[in-house]
Design a protein around this ligand. Structure first.
Ligand code: NAD
Length: 332
């Protein structure tokens, strides 16, 4: 099958190209994101492979269908960037990688928590400059604190487990409670979780219902000095409201691996350019904010798993098999 790979970085090519060719598929790698403007590049391809910041709306899907594309492969788990109803109406099968390594994302969420608390990122820079003072590096014991998880699926549970083992009280909120989490912590109402947690970590998908779940009103319910971690999707947090809460000291620490306007900046080297996003630039100035560029998934294991599932998705599509990796629009 001939497949156009969008938002392709050198590491995507390194992991995908050879195994795909061994399976008899031809992959062409485009650095560009898939948008209404770049969709014309799909002429002559039967499949298209995209990542988290490609914008696959009805207009893009219309162009894809016109060009003969029948398969849309997501190199990720989330599918909030795809108009599933439009894909169905154009008869384009959408297949994702449901779990390439929930461990990778959970480990990164934990890295953000521990780094923010003990400020090892600041200590690293200080010591290199001969500054051995401890002023400003005071942390708190994670043991005995309360950690709240919004979304208690695979990644939420894997992040909660080690914290529970370290002696944290673990709270969870999820409209679909699961036994897995009940063994680690206790389910509560969202308001209780917000009011009682010292650390709040977001692990739910971005949907119309969860967009700006963290906003002026929900921020008010939190403890003063709370730590907020988001490795899920940027749109879960209203960034301007977050900045206000940081300025008043309501929020004590923020760890973000995702950001609502990340599509224009994340994954790119902009070190020689003037960054136009004033909200992001303001966030970066806070000493208690740690931002990473959507790298939580980025481990060798995860990249190998993404490759394996993507190739399996192509084979399943060609064989006409419907699998759990296939994503369909919700009816009704
Ligand atoms: P999952 O499907 O196993 O779990 C998601 C959980 O969220 C489910 O239990 C679901 O019931 C719950 N949920 C749905 N609506 C909710 C709501 N309104 N409030 C609270 N919970 C709600 O998914 P997962 O594998 O644990 O992934 C979680 C998220 O992590 C994904 O949606 C994705 O956006 C994100 N992710 C980020 C990266 C990264 O590199 N930063 C990588 C992979 C996944």
């Amino acid at each position: 099958m001939k497949i156009a790979v969008f938002s392709a970085k050198p590491y995507d090519e390194r992991f995908l190209k050879a195994p795909a060719e061994e399976s008899g598929h031809e992959l062409v790698f485009f650095e560009e994101r898939l948008t209404a403007t770049t969709a014309i590049l799909t002429a002559g391809f039967a499949g298209v492979c995209v990542f988290v910041n490609d914008h696959v709306d009805a207009v893009v899907l219309g162009t894809l269908a016109k060009n003969g594309v029948r398969l849309l492969l997501l190199r990720c788990a989330g599918f909030n960037n795809v108009d599933l109803a439009a894909a169905e109406s154009f008869n384009i099968s959408v297949r994702r990688v449901p779990a390439y390594s929930p461990y990778a994302v959970a480990e990164h969420a934990l890295a953000l928590i521990f780094t923010l608390n003990r400020k090892t990122h600041r200590a690293f820079n200080r010591v290199r400059e001969g500054n051995f003072s401890l002023d400003g590096l005071l942390g708190f014991d994670i043991h005995g604190s309360t950690a709240g998880f919004i979304g208690t699926g695979k990644i939420g549970c894997l992040t909660a487990q080690p914290l529970a083992a370290m002696g944290c009280r673990v709270l969870g909120y999820d409209p679909y409670p699961a036994d897995g989490f009940s063994k680690i912590g206790e389910y509560t109402k969202l308001e209780t979780l917000l009011a009682e947690s010292d650390i709040i970590s977001l692990h739910c998908p971005l949907t119309p219902a969860t967009r700006h779940l963290i906003n002026r009103d929900t921020l008010k319910l939190m403890k003063t000095g709370v730590m907020l971690i988001n490795t899920s999707r940027g749109g879960l947090i209203d960034s301007e409201d977050l900045i206000e809460a940081l300025k008043t000291g309501k929020i004590g620490y923020v760890g973000l691996d995702v950001y609502e306007q990340e599509a224009e900046v994340f994954f790119e080297d902009l070190s020689g350019e003037i960054i136009q996003d004033d909200v992001l630039q303001r966030l970066v100035t806070f000493p208690n904010v740690l931002i990473t560029s959507h790298q939580a998934f980025f481990t060798d294991t995860a990249m190998r798993n993404i490759t394996a599932t993507t190739l399996a998705n192509i084979e399943d599509f060609l064989a006409g098999r419907s699998t759990a990796a296939e994503v369909k629009a919700k009816k009704g």
